[in-house]
Every structure is written in structure tokens, then in C-alpha cells.
Design a binder for this molecule. Structure first.
Ligand code: B12
Ligand code: SF4
Ligand code: SF4
Length: 352
């Protein structure tokens, strides 16, 4: 029997280099009924791209009335490097997803290649690609397409890839038969909820982003609320804790090969070295890296907090330099860190 169009499309996606592929209908998946109330409860904080586009994010047919199917893809980004809790205690932590080249660029290039290939298979068709680049709730559509099941940590989980995969989509006017969603994979486990140092889960499957270290160190542009700074521990960009403890990530059967290979110095980075980056050095170091999103002022703000949390007096000279930085945000966090070091026990690592 000849392959259906959906099967040929999915084969082409795997040949293009994606690790996961599935098809969802364009109708809003059931979970999206929750999106507006999540935003209304304030959990999105200052992420204006979420709060200002609730209607578009809640149903992609608002933006694309012509859509007939959503081709959802996943790219594994795991690499053979330790988990955050295995890192040396005197180091900082950059989240695993940000060690290599920016996934937005990698994903977009692969999706463009795939779209060109699909035009050869299906003839001319209308499409719009997303690689975390616009108002689409990627997890909800990917879950509907069977790429993974929502974990209690709100990441999508796959039995073989764990949660170490990025999502991307081609919204198309192709009539592709949809896949079935996966069943829940968490059962009675609560490891991710228990480990979160800032208490960012008001309930299983619900994240209050304003308490999440990933939000505080990447998305929040101003001062980090003082009460949350100790919980940030050694994190300077993103956080992996609620994924590192997930049993589905302990198997690590698939790795991304060279595609997302870690750049030098980003796995458990040296805090003093990061603290010494001026604007030029930051731009060179994080060109085409996800870390550029925080800008130098955000990263050095975070480095100051991590130094303050380290309990290590060796960071005092670097913090004194940051306390005289040209940027007031960096100065304020460095002053807080100096004060915290003065009042803390040696070698106190509160969240590790
Ligand atoms: C905003 C955002 C963030 C925010 C908020 C995260 C969040 N969980 O919402 C912050 C900055 C905190 C963040 C952090 C991270 N992010 Co982010 N982020 C996004 C973004 C841009 C939008 C997500 C969104 O719409 N959130 C809003 C909430 C409402 O949506 P939701 O989590 O899907 O909520 C659903 C569930 O709560 C749900 N639900 C499902 N089942 C159930 C059951 C019950 C009982 C209930 C009540 C609800 C419920 O209904 C909601 C949908 O309406 C997406 C890309 C995109 N365009 O979609 C990437 C994305 C989700 N992020 C991603 C990644 C990799 C991360 C980090 C791992 C990075 C890091 N290491 O620091 C962390 C993970 C933190 C975590 N535990 O989620 C990946 C996730 C891949 C995957 N396998 O899941 C995405 C898909 C980007 C990509 N293209 O790959 N992120
Ligand atoms: S990424 Fe870190 S701070 Fe955010 S919910 Fe997970 S464990 Fe908590
Ligand atoms: S740690 Fe446990 S509860 Fe959390 S996502 Fe993984 S399996 Fe689910």
C-alpha cells in the first residue's frame, strides 16, 4: 500500500534531521483553555509577548484561518556533560539549552529546508514556520501531535528523549491526518515539584514564571526581587533543576551529536571570568548564542547574585569592581552580593 501524505511528510522530516515529528489539527488543543487564566493570574510577569497576544496564542486559527494542519517537530539537544547538581560547587551554571548555537537559528534553517522538500512531495502549499519565533503555544500543539506529554514541570516529555528537545512547527494548508496525544508520564512522581528552589510550581503542571529562575535570569530585565535572589544559587542563565531530577531524563539514550555541541567555557562557567566581560567581549563570546538574550547587564546582574550566594570571599574583588560598574543594575546587585557575603557562612551554597 502506498504511503499517505502525512507518512511521506513525516519521513521527510526525519530525513531532514529532526528527532521527533507529528501532526496536530490547527484547532486549539484543550490545554489552551487554560492560557488566558494563566496570564490573568500574573504568572507571565513582564513577558509582554505573552500577555499582549492572549487571543492569538490561545488559538492559531486567529492568525492563520487558512491552516489545516500543524507539523510539529522536535530536536534533541542533550550533550554528554554533567547535570547541574553534579557541577563543581564553585562554578556558575548556564542552562543546557544555551551551551551551543542558538536553537532558533538551527531550527529555522532546518524547517526552511524541510518546507522546500515538502513542496517537492506535495506540490505548492502555504505554510508558516515557527521556531519559538511567534505567537503559537508550541507545547500545546506538540502535545496534541503526540511529540510528548506535559510533565508536572510543564516541559514536554518523551519516553526516549526525556525533555531535552526543542520544538518547532510548520503551520500548513496541507490536509495531513493528525496523530494522537500521549498519555500522562508522571504518575505519582513529584521530583521536579520538590526540587524547585524558588517554589515556582503553584500546582502540578502549572508554572508561575515570575518565580522561575529561568524567567528571573533571562526574561526579567530589571532588578531581581531580593527575596528570590538566595534561591537562584549558582544559576547565571536559565535553570535545569526540574529537568535534571526527572526520571525520564536519567536514561539519556539520545544525544544531539555536534549540532548543539557546548562552546568552550559555558558548561559550569567560571564566575570571575564572566564578571570580567566588557560589552565587546560579551558580544564576541555570545554571538549566535541564546545567552545574548540577557544582554551584558542581565548576565552580570546574575553573576553578581551567584557570587553573593557562593559564600566564597574570593569573589569580593570581582564584586567590588562590579559595584563600580557603569550600569546601575549591575552595581545594585553587586552591592547586595557583597553584603550577603559579609553576612554568610563560608562555603554556604543554599540551593545545592
Ligand atoms: C514563555 C516561555 C518560558 C517561560 C515560562 C515557561 C512555561 N512553562 O510556561 C520561562 C522563561 C520560565 C521558560 C523557561 C524554560 N523554557 Co521556555 N518557553 C516559553 C515559550 C516562549 C512560551 C510558553 C508558554 O506559552 N507558556 C505559558 C503557559 C500557560 O503554557 P504551558 O506551560 O504550555 O502551560 C500549559 C500547562 O500548564 C497546561 N496544562 C497541561 N496539562 C495540564 C494539567 C493541569 C491539571 C493544568 C492545571 C494545566 C495543564 O495548560 C497550559 C496551556 O494553556 C515557549 C515557546 C513557545 N512559543 O511556546 C518556550 C518553551 C516552552 N521553553 C522551552 C525551554 C527549553 C525552557 C527551559 C527548559 C529553558 C531553561 N533551561 O532555562 C525552561 C523550562 C522551565 C519550565 N519548568 O517550564 C522549550 C520547551 C521544550 C520542551 N521539551 O518542553 C520551549 C517549547 C521552546 C522551544 N521552542 O523549544 N520558558
Ligand atoms: S527551571 Fe528551575 S526555577 Fe524554574 S521551575 Fe524548574 S527548578 Fe524551578
Ligand atoms: S520529575 Fe516526575 S513529576 Fe516531574 S516531569 Fe518528571 S516524571 Fe513528571
Amino acid at each position: 500500500m502506498s504511503q499517505s501524505l502525512a507518512e511521506r511528510v513525516k519521513t521527510a522530516a526525519l530525513e531532514a534531521g529532526f528527532d521527533l515529528v507529528g501532526v496536530a489539527r490547527p484547532d486549539a488543543p484543550a490545554e489552551l483553555a487554560f492560557f488566558a487564566s494563566w496570564v490573568a493570574s500574573g504568572h507571565a510577569g513582564e513577558m509582554a509577548y505573552l500577555t499582549s497576544q492572549v487571543e492569538r496564542r490561545s488559538d492559531l486559527r486567529v492568525a492563520f484561518p487558512w491552516a489545516r494542519s500543524v507539523l510539529c517537530v522536535g530536536l534533541n539537544y542533550d550533550t554528554p556533560a554533567p547535570y547541574s547538581r553534579e557541577a563543581p560547587g564553585d562554578r556558575g551554571w548556564i542552562a543546557r539549552y544555551a551551551w551551543g548555537d542558538d536553537y532558533h537559528d538551527v531550527m529555522a534553517a532546518l524547517l526552511d529546508r524541510l518546507a522546500a522538500r515538502l513542496a517537492e512531495i506535495a506540490g505548492p502549499f502555504r505554510s508558516r514556520r515557527y521556531a519559538d519565533t511567534g505567537p503559537i503555544a508550541e507545547k500545546a500543539y506538540a502535545a496534541a501531535a503526540g511529540l510528548g506529554a506535559y510533565g508536572k514541570n510543564t516541559c514536554l516529555l518523551h519516553p526516549e528523549h526525556g525533555s531535552w528537545f526543542f520544538l518547532g512547527e510548520l503551520v500548513t494548508d496541507l490536509d495531513l491526518s493528525p496523530d494522537a496525544p500521549r498519555v500522562d508520564m508522571c504518575g505519582s512522581c513529584t521530583a521536579c515539584l520538590d526540587v524547585c528552589p524558588t517554589g515556582a510550581f503553584p500546582a502540578p503542571y502549572v508554572l508561575d514564571a515570575t518565580r522561575c529562575i529561568s524567567y528571573l535570569t533571562i526574561e526579567a530585565k530589571g532588578a531581581i526581587p531580593e527575596g528570590l535572589r538566595p534561591g537562584i544559587g549558582h544559576h547565571v542563565f536559565g535553570c535545569d533543576l526540574c529537568q535534571d531530577v526527572c526520571p525520564w531524563n536519567r536514561k539519556r539514550r539520545h544525544q544531539a551529536g555536534g549540532r548543539f555541541a557546548a562552546r568552550d567555557g559555558l558548561v559550569a562557567p567560571d564566575l570571575a571570568e564572566l564578571a570580567s566581560l566588557d560589552a565587546g567581549a560579551f558580544a564576541v563570546r555570545f554571538r549566535r548564542s541564546p545567552v545574548k538574550r540577557s544582554k551584558r547587564r542581565g548576565l552580570l546582574r546574575n553573576v553578581a547574585v551567584a557570587m553573593g550566594n557562593s559564600g566564597d570571599a574570593a569573589h569580593v574583588p570581582a564584586l567590588e569592581r562590579l559595584a563600580a560598574d557603569e550600569d546601575p543594575l549591575v552595581r545594585e546587585h553587586a552591592a547586595w552580593a557583597l553584603n550577603r557575603l559579609k553576612n554568610s557562612e563560608p562555603d554556604a551554597f543554599p540551593t545545592r
